[in-house]
Structure formats: structure tokens, C-alpha cells
Design a protein around this ligand. Sequence first.
Ligand SMILES: CC(C)(COP(=O)(O)OP(=O)(O)OC[C@H]1O[C@@H](n2cnc3c(N)ncnc32)[C@H](O)[C@@H]1OP(=O)(O)O)[C@@H](O)C(=O)NCCC(=O)NCCS
Length: 159
Amino acid sequence: MNEIVIRPAVAEDVPHISALIEPYARAEIVLPRSPEKILDTIDKTLVAVHGGVPVGTVTYVSFASDLWEIRALVVRSEFQNSGAGRMLVEKAVENILQISPARCVGIFALTYVPVFFEKLGFRVTVKESYPEKIFEVCRFCPRQENCNEIAVERIIDRI
Ligand SMILES: CC(C)(COP(=O)(O)OP(=O)(O)OC[C@H]1O[C@@H](n2cnc3c(N)ncnc32)[C@H](O)[C@@H]1OP(=O)(O)O)[C@@H](O)C(=O)NCCC(=O)NCCS
């Protein structure tokens, strides 16, 4: 049985990442992402690979050097509950901490699976804590008045 490994995404992964996101976007669990959008953030995207094929992905987005979002996290259904999601988020957090010069770094996500994030050291908060996100993305969302996503955050103070 092949192991799942996490590696940085490259441009050639775009069609795979698109195919991973598509069913969850259709189910309105994550926001849709065009191939162009995926390519735009490819340097801040990771893939979980099994037998050479991406089976999971995550992107981390910077709003400021001390404020980041975990976005577009998905694992193909057959590979869920085998640690891929955890490895993706843990590696994303590690990379954020390497890139960010800030002493105290806030990382948030909007999600329907807060329990998953809580297992990774995040805690539930309120969306209004993140006006940057609301300004950038939520204001264009058709479900903004009826959003059931839960905000989770992890604040890492490196002192
Ligand atoms: C959420 C998701 C990324 C988790 O990935 P995964 O590879 O299945 O998760 P892992 O196997 O790494 O699980 C890590 C821990 O979280 C728990 N967990 C995973 N999914 C969970 C869920 N839906 N509800 C509650 N706990 C969950 C696991 O049981 C495990 O707990 P443990 O450490 O006590 O054993 C994956 O289920 C998925 O792609 N879901 C659909 C898309 C989605 O909701 N993405 C999140 C958008 S923010």
C-alpha cells in the first residue's frame, strides 16, 4: 500500500487540484476555484499524493504578514480519515510560520468541520473577527446572508 506524502503543488497539478475541489464546490462545501485562480496561488498550495496522484490539497492565503487563511482544503473521499487532512494543515501551518516574519501569527479557516480543526489546535471563533475575509470574499458570496460556516482560528505566539 502506497503512503500519502505531502509536497508543494506545481503548475502540472492544477487539473488534479481542480478535479479534487470540484465535487465539494458543487456540494457548496468549499468555494469553487477556477484553474486560473488555482494557478495564481500554486506557490502557496500543497498536495497530498498517493502513488504519484494528488488525493488532497490545501492553500494558504496571506491577508497580512500576521494573518493567514487555510483555504480550499479537500481530501478525496476514499482517502479521508487516513491523516491526509491533518498532514496538509500541519504542513501549511509550518510553511506559514517559515514565511511570516511576524512574532504572533493568526491562522483562520471558515469551515463546516470545526471538530477536525479543533483536533489540530484551532478554536471556534466568530466570523466577524476576520473583516478582511468578509471584505475580500464573503461580500461576493450568494450565501452571505445565510452562511452556516464556522470560523476557527489558531493564534501562534512565537515568543
Ligand atoms: C475535512 C477533511 C479535509 C479532513 O481530512 P481527513 O484526511 O479526512 O482528516 P484526517 O484523517 O487527517 O483527520 C484528522 C482528525 O480529524 C478527525 N476528523 C476528520 N474529519 C472529520 C469530520 N468531518 N468530523 C469530525 N472529525 C473529523 C479525524 O477523525 C481525526 O481525528 P483523530 O486525530 O482523533 O484520529 C476531509 O474530510 C474533507 O475533504 N472533507 C470535505 C471537504 C471539507 O469539508 N473541507 C474543509 C473545508 S475548510
